[in-house]
Design a protein around this ligand. Structure first.
Ligand code: ZN
Length: 294
């Protein structure tokens, strides 16, 4: 079975990106796996500290590994937004394939010092685990926001990207390039889209020479995402769009069947609702033509 690093290298060579989808229950995991299998493309499943707390760090590792082994399918597991080494070690020991070690809220020097320590400590537990570092400001939660935060001062530069990568030894870098966690109400309604700074991505890629992740991909303009992949983005995170689809699928079914209480008769509708979003994002990230009229 190929490792995550091999798949990232292949994606880079082929000019495509790997989709990273956050899950916090079995509905979301089933939807991501089904969407990826249908298109036969790899997928990365991610859980933040809060999502891991709900599902269980060792429990999700076992679930994802069982899917990978039973179906001989490239589905991998990422410890998204981890803010302490203790939580990182917990994920490494549970068998996560990669980790987002996020100290971007700290001053750069402190971020570098602690991220370097984390890279060493985590690779001592699992040498093939990929460590991603974060610089810049891309806002907080993957939720629906009332107003857009001013992230213009937190944009990453090629110089600091190069300095951070060389000083820490991270495998993957998450820069701030116009992306933002969560979605505005107008984005959920489809009235507005996020836009990315494509030239900045290209400059950072050239300077840092590592795999790049785009966080906060939900609600981003499709053409911008395509260009971002062309400029050097290798992993794209989608969370809020899945959460919106999860809730809509669930609400619709509950409204249609007010007396239904059997979970396995209700939840497949939420799975399908999420799977549709996963499929359309994976098609875009993998350069597949969208079906006519889709
Ligand atoms: Zn993120």
């Amino acid at each position: 079975m190929r490792q995550l690093r091999d798949l990232l290298q292949e994606a880079q060579q082929n000019g495509v990106a790997i989709g990273h989808f956050n899950v916090s229950d079995l509905v979301l995991l089933k939807a991501v796996f089904a969407g990826a299998r249908e298109l036969n493309v790899p997928a990365l499943v991610g859980l933040s500290e809060g999502e891991r707390e709900f599902v269980g760090t060792r429990q999700i590792a076992t679930l994802v590994r069982s899917l990978r082994e039973e179906f001989d399918f490239p589905i991998f597991l990422n410890a998204d937004h981890t803010h302490s080494l203790a939580k990182g070690i917990e994920a490494a020991k549970a068998g996560f394939d990669s980790i987002v070690f996020d100290l971007s809220a700290l001053p750069m020097e402190e971020n570098i010092r602690q991220t370097k320590q984390a890279v060493e400590a985590l690779k001592a537990i699992n040498p093939s685990m990929l460590v991603e570092g974060e610089i810049g400001d891309i806002g907080s939660g993957s939720e629906i926001h009332d107003s857009s935060p001013d992230l213009s001062k937190g944009l990453s530069t090629p110089e600091e990207a190069k300095q951070f990568v060389e000083a820490t030894g991270v495998d993957i870098l998450a820069p701030a390039v116009g992306n933002m966690h969560g979605m505005l109400r107008s984005m959920v309604k489809g009235q507005t889209k996020k836009h990315l700074e494509i030239e900045r991505i290209g400059g950072i890629k050239q300077a840092a020479r590592v795999f790049l992740t785009l966080h906060g991909g939900s609600g981003t303009d499709d053409a911008d995402l395509r260009k971002a992949i062309g400029a050097g983005i290798n992993i794209i995170h989608i969370n809020t769009e899945l959460r919106v689809a999860w809730r809509r699928g669930l609400e619709q079914r509950l409204a249609e069947q007010p007396d239904e209480v059997v979970p396995y008769k209700i939840l497949p509708f939420a799975v399908n609702s999420v799977k549709e979003v996963v499929g359309s994002r994976l098609k875009l990230f993998n350069g597949r033509q969208m079906a006519q009229g889709a």
